[in-house]
Write a protein that binds this ligand. Sequence first.
Ligand code: TEU
Ligand code: CA
Length: 547
Amino acid sequence: MLKKKWWKEGIVYQIYPRSFHDSNGDGIGDLRGIIEKLDYIKELGVNIIWLNPVYKSPNDDMGYDISDYQDIMDEFGTLRDWEELLEGLHKRGIKLIMDLVVNHTSDEHKWFVESKKSKDNKYRDYYIWKSAEAGVPNNWGSYFEGSAWELDEPSNEYYLHLFSRKQPDLNWENEQVRKEIYDMMTWWLEKGIDGFRMDVINHLAKHPDYPDGIVNKGTYAYSSHQYINQPKVHDYLKEMNEHVLSKYDIMTVGECVAVSPEQGLKYVHEDRHELNMIFQFEHMELGGGRHTWQKHDWKLTDLKKIVMKWTGVIEAGGWSSNYLMNHDQPRAVSRFGNDREYRKESAKMLGMFNITLPGTPYVYQGEEIGMTNSTFNDISEFRDLESINMYHVEIGNKTEEELLEILNVFSRDHSRTPMQWNGDVNAGFTTGTPWIKLNPNYREINVEESLADENSIFKFYQKLIGLRKSIAALSYGSFEMLVEESENIFAFTRSLNDEKYLIVLNFSGEKMENEVDIQSSELLLSNYNDKPSKDLRPYEAMLLKMQ
Ligand code: TEU
Ligand code: CA
């Protein structure tokens, strides 16, 4: 049997503080706003919270550009508020993991302010500077726009920024940088946090020669393997583990864009002492993603292959995570389900999928009430720099209408519209003017409505989470795929000792012949409340106990 760990039995709820709940009417969600909703979170049944960055930040990239790692951004509150939040969570038996963004800082971080001052400043080498004598150092592209190199005229050197120009990359080769980061992490751990979600952690090490990358779009190299999964990243993580992580009973999850299961296992194999689990992105590319900004068809068998590969990572001695969305992705029900006539059915089906697979499940705020993608009618309605930059780069090649259509599929702002608490003004999110437009459907889709309806998506999630916590096989059981070739039905079993559970999911909006034998199994939970007499109904989802 797999080793028991609290984080293997956990269900994580991701909170994007800016959009969760505003306590003081300035239109921006904040820490006290979360504190006011702790009983709601408790009621859902989750036992771990992942908080997106709350540190001091000029918010070029909504908190992923940090100017002080050891303080809270003014809009969100104070360190005292944060301490109260932690206490409120722990009192309710909920753990807290914090976002750790250490591939880069803000250009307003004191290290960078110093670094920029001169070539002989003691912080110069905290960042990655290259001479401009021979032009731009290489063809690496920033994820957000243009070249990843920004020229500093006074010193005639470029600095590297894989994300926005206000997010300079830290130089992990520098031992002093690593030490400062480890001290900062220890400071938070001593405050009692339960772990870290590590932003783009597989980007820490850059190829020592800084060679050109392969250009797959435009002039710049995106997704370049010259700065992803470089061998040295494992040295850094081992060192971080030895100096910091191993000293605490915590969980770690590393965000790893562009990682194969073989590479993934290197980060999470329990004997390697690096991380507990990673977020992989293969299923986020199904149907197209933000690297190409193009939509294409996807097949259920593609998703099955991905699930099987990553289940293999658990079987090989690692662990994995499951998620269908996060703050960078469109809403799950709009992407993988049907957000119109089968919104409730498909949201519940996707919830069952996410929560019964092997690996730790992550639920994003609003997913538990079936929040959908929003409608943005004009570029001025977007707040995310990636969406705004893409628009300005592409306008000219494409029409305004075409670009809005693409952004209405893929923009990160879909997940960032305010949490819909009720059908009143501004969905009960704020008494002021929300920092980003609400999804206009909040009068029908909101928490109040969900709590009042016994058949709601929320109530279904509550039951699912309860089952996940009480049935050990759902955390530790082995996995077997059934009807592997089916393009409509996703079915599998989870077995532990002599117990076996069966999960049958209709991923289509059509009636489907049920090829899985459920005759002698006991129904534990279904989004239709009873066993089908023959065919599976649209988006039908069942969790059964086999006799
Ligand atoms: O995201 C990393 C990142 O590059 C994603 O945008 C990724 O490309 C995409 O999800 C893959 O489809 C992290 C944070 O989650 C994001 O919010 C930040 O903007 C980014 O790092 C920079 O810190
Ligand atoms: Ca506020």
